[in-house]
Design a protein around this ligand. Structure first.
Ligand code: AMP
Ligand code: GLY
Length: 421
């Protein structure tokens, strides 16, 4: 097949790498990054109608969408109007991520367990609700805020200030014109992914992300500094509860809403006393979760996404490798505060067979100049290790980290600690 992947991060690189390993497809990336051009061809057509025409003219058989923004903007609807096969939710279904108010109302309407909440655009109503709550109090901007729209307030005053700044437009502009105020859930967090075709789904091994910049979960939030899967914190009972109480009612509910859910459903779960409670939905893979899930799939990734895009998941018996994967993000010096100077990336020639055979790099914030790769800031790459245990996978991932060099590189040293405690 000719396969087009939209996006430019480590997530899109990892999908491309998994498909490249199948050895039978041609890959195109829009826009891709400095390393995806080693897997296929980067193209740069930003207008979705033009891109759909390009896809038609170039016999693209399958398009896979990485990030949320094009989904919320309706790229899937546009491609379908051109009779193209594309894996991802329609704009209507992508509202599950595009609007937290919409998402919370769907959860409530279909009885899916979630934190008690109030949604409002009225400050007095918000303050009155806050006065009834225990601390901490969680305040969320309705719209997309690149992962920054959630405030965990440690006092009622702080919660009110967050509400005031959101509703006035001061903190997130239009995205903050509605807010969700909700109770704080105390438990452990999971990332659960279901590949959906509107009716059927395939669940992937549960992962844990590491959102804070510093070891021991300290410092500011980031897009994610590392992930591992499958996590031993999940047993069959929790998977079953997530399927029965969350995934099935969501697929049924979205059909009733006239927005059947096709694509990756990313379920942010907080497990509180053994019960999975939904924090949020995203309508795409997590990053860096994708980078560790792709190599765990034994089923060809292209087949999984193609069947997802053509309402044919029922016919697929999904196979997962009997292994663990750990991904350690290497970021630039100033991440997540500000940009960093471009820095050349040098990867030592790896001679150790164990590292060679059980690790790889998934590239994200990189640019190619005269055949050299430069870190361009943010999250630069993910070192992925695979193994028969989490410890083995982690040791391999960190061995690889030791072989990768660029000025100002930084990574957490404790990825997967929750599983090794
Ligand atoms: P969200 O974008 O809604 O997933 O929120 C970002 C992060 O904030 C989550 O990954 C959690 O770590 C935290 N968070 C969000 N909502 C809650 C909540 N109700 N209770 C505790 N932590 C939360
Ligand atoms: N790693 C979390 C996310 O992609 O939102």
């Amino acid at each position: 097949m000719n396969i087009l992947i939209l996006g430019s991060g480590g997530r899109e690189y990892s999908i491309g790498l998994a498909i490249k390993k199948e050895n039978q497809h041609n890959l195109f990336f829009m826009p891709g990054n400095g390393a995806t051009s080693n897997l296929g061809t980067n193209i740069n057509i930003k207008d979705y109608n033009e891109l759909a025409l390009w896809a038609k003219n170039n016999q693209i058989d399958l398009t896979i969408v990485g990030p949320e923004a094009p989904l919320v903007d309706g790229v899937v609807d546009i491609f379908k109007q051109h009779n193209l096969t594309i894996f991802g939710p329609s704009a209507a279904a992508a509202k599950l991520e595009g609007s937290k108010v919409y998402m919370k109302n769907i959860l409530k309407k279909y009885n899916i367990p979630t934190a008690a909440f109030l949604e409002t655009n009225n400050q007095d109503e918000a303050f009155a609700f806050i006065d009834t709550m225990n601390i901490p109090i969680v305040v969320k901007a309705d719209g997309l805020c690149a992962g920054k729209g959630v405030i965990i307030a440690q006092s009622k005053d702080e919660a009110k200030e967050a509400v005031r700044d959101m509703l006035s437009g001061a903190s997130f502009g239009e995205a903050g014109s509605n807010v969700v105020i909700e109770e704080f859930l105390d438990g452990y967090e999971l990332s659960v992914f279901a590949i959906c075709d509107g009716d059927n789904y395939k669940i992937l091994p549960a992962a844990q992300d590491h959102k804070r910049i510093g070891d021991g979960d300290t410092g500011p939030n980031t897009g994610g500094m590392g992930a591992y899967a499958p996590t031993p914190l999940v047993n069959d009972e929790i998977y079953k509860k997530v399927e029965e109480r969350v995934i099935k009612p969501t697929l049924e509910g979205m059909k009733k809403e006239g927005a059947p859910y096709e694509g990756v459903l990313f379920i942010g779960v907080m497990v509180v006393k053994g019960e999975p409670i939904i924090l949020e939905y995203n309508v795409r893979f997590g990053d860096p979760e994708c980078e560790i899930l792709m190599p765990l799939l034994q089923t060809p990734v292209s087949e999984l996404f193609y069947k997802g895009a053509t309402k044919d998941l029922d016919s697929l018996d999904i196979k997962i490798k009997d292994e663990f994967a750990v991904g350690v993000v290497m970021a630039s010096a100033n991440y997540p505060y500000s940009n960093s100077e471009p820095a050349e990336i040098i990867v030592d020639t790896i001679v150790d067979e164990e590292i060679l055979n059980h690790t790889h790099i998934s590239y994200a914030g990189v640019e190619k100049q005269e055949e050299k790769l430069f870190a361009t800031g943010g999250r630069v790459l993910v070192c992925v290790g695979l193994g028969k245990s989490i410890k083995q996978a982690r040791d391999r991932a960190y061995s690889l980290c030791g072989q990768v060099h660029f000025a100002g590189k930084k990574c957490r040293t404790d990825i997967a600690y929750q599983a090794l405690k």
